[in-house]
Design a protein around this ligand. Structure first.
Ligand SMILES: Cc1cc2nc3c(=O)[nH]c(=O)nc-3n(C[C@H](O)[C@H](O)[C@H](O)COP(=O)(O)O)c2cc1C
Length: 368
């Protein structure tokens, strides 16, 4: 449905990766190559896929991961995703470069007092901006900060050069194509193109997309290093999650910096092309970390069985990127909710067929 509704350039923004998309494909191939050995004759009549991660309960071992500029896919897509996550009983992570602000997401999910909202953080050179974002997150009741560590240098995404004239300004061929997507035009284009609302305070509401892009590029701190993680740890007393780990030594270093969790990820194949799939990196990282921090994973998760495999290999929970973006791009909040429901139903079905009544029983399942 998303493919039918979106113009070509927006669909590429959702789906594509860096360069030859080796890591995008490797993510799927790595999940597909894992085989589990089901157990049999075990009573699975009373099942639950509920779990705890990041210090809270979740109806399933999944969370909606951070994705920037969602407003290009659906008007107020961040709000739609946040509400769908709240209704489904799973955490939602807002991106720094989201189209909806921290405050608007908090207000839109006020009816779910137990919902967990996380903020993904890009560390800006101007640390005052970062401190302001932290304060706003705290004031709005966000419980976790997710520091992205794998994107201080932007991935080489060739389709961007092909599709745009300037920053996110489709070229003529793409404009013609967009003219045929009338539902997208009415929903996204007509009300005015999305902004990076979290940055309004720094660059002003009237800044053009190009101004915003230049500001972001100027502010991305390529000096980011472990001392900054310590700096952040001292300034955020909620849960701190590092997103961007693929190496076991880095995972061990994260534990030494007293982070609560790490996300094993290759950014969905949108950053380094040729990076190891996160599911392949997971076992060594789980060994290195042990019980000292919680492990989350993303990149390539499309089905419930992928979540089960990640959980079996040592991840406590999984972040969904494109899986829920397809949902929101197809039908807004209803679509995002439906994507989460499909995922939940598949996790339940897979678990039952493995002979497990709960996620903890996955420990009995051998990997072929
Ligand atoms: C359209 C899109 C935008 C993204 N924007 C961000 C972002 O702003 N910050 C971030 O940390 N990760 C971002 N990511 C990466 C996701 O958080 C996540 O790591 C990735 O999507 C997982 O792979 P998957 O899409 O195969 O599930 C983005 C991913 C996509 C698809």
């Amino acid at each position: 449905m998303a493919r039918r509704r979106l113009p070509h350039f927006a669909l590429e923004y959702l789906e594509c990766g860096a360069e030859d998309e080796l890591s995008v494909h490797a993510n799927r191939a790595a999940f597909e190559s894992i085989r589990l050995v089901p157990r049999t004759l075990r009573d699975v009549s009373a099942r639950s896929i509920a779990t705890r991660f990041e210090g809270g309960d979740a109806s399933a071992p999944i969370a909606v991961g951070p994705t920037g500029f969602n407003g290009m896919l659906w008007r107020d897509a961040d709000i739609a995703l946040a509400k769908a996550a709240a209704r489904s009983g799973v955490p939602f992570c807002l991106a720094t470069l989201a189209s909806a602000s921290i405050e608007r997401v908090a207000a839109a999910t006020r009816d779910w007092p137990d919902t967990r909202r996380w903020l993904q953080l890009y560390m800006f050179k101007d640390r005052q901006c970062t401190l302001e974002l932290l304060q706003r997150a705290r004031d709005a009741g966000f419980t976790s900060i997710v520091l992205t560590t794998d994107a201080t240098v932007y991935g080489n995404r060739n389709w961007e050069a092909r599709n745009y004239r300037g920053f996110k300004q489709p070229n003529f061929r793409n404009l013609l194509n967009a003219a045929t997507r009338w539902r997208w035009l009415a929903n996204v284009y007509a009300p005015g193109l999305p902004r990076f609302e979290n940055l309004d305070a720094f660059i002003g509401k009237r800044a053009s997309a190009l101004d915003a892009a230049e500001w972001i590029e100027r502010q991305m701190d390529t000096t980011l290093n472990w001392r900054d993680v310590q700096w952040l740890r001292e300034r955020w007393d909620g849960t701190l999650i590092l997103k961007g780990i693929l190496d076991a030594d880095d995972a061990a270093q994260a534990v030494r910096c007293a982070v609560n969790s790490i996300v094993v990820t290759n950014h969905g194949g949108r950053q380094l092309d040729g990076a190891i799939p996160s599911i392949a990196a997971l076992p060594a990282i789980a060994d290195a970390v042990g019980a000292r921090a919680e492990i989350l994973l993303d990149s390539g998760v499309r089905r419930g069985m992928d979540v089960i495999k990640a959980r079996r290999l040592g991840a406590q929970g999984v972040l969904l990127g494109r899986a829920t973006l397809y949902g929101v791009a197809a039908a807004g909040e209803r679509g995002a909710w439906r994507a989460l429901e499909i995922m939940r139903a598949e996790i339940d079905n897979g678990l039952a067929q493995l002979g497990c009544a709960s996620l903890d029983q996955l420990a009995d399942i051998a990997i072929a």
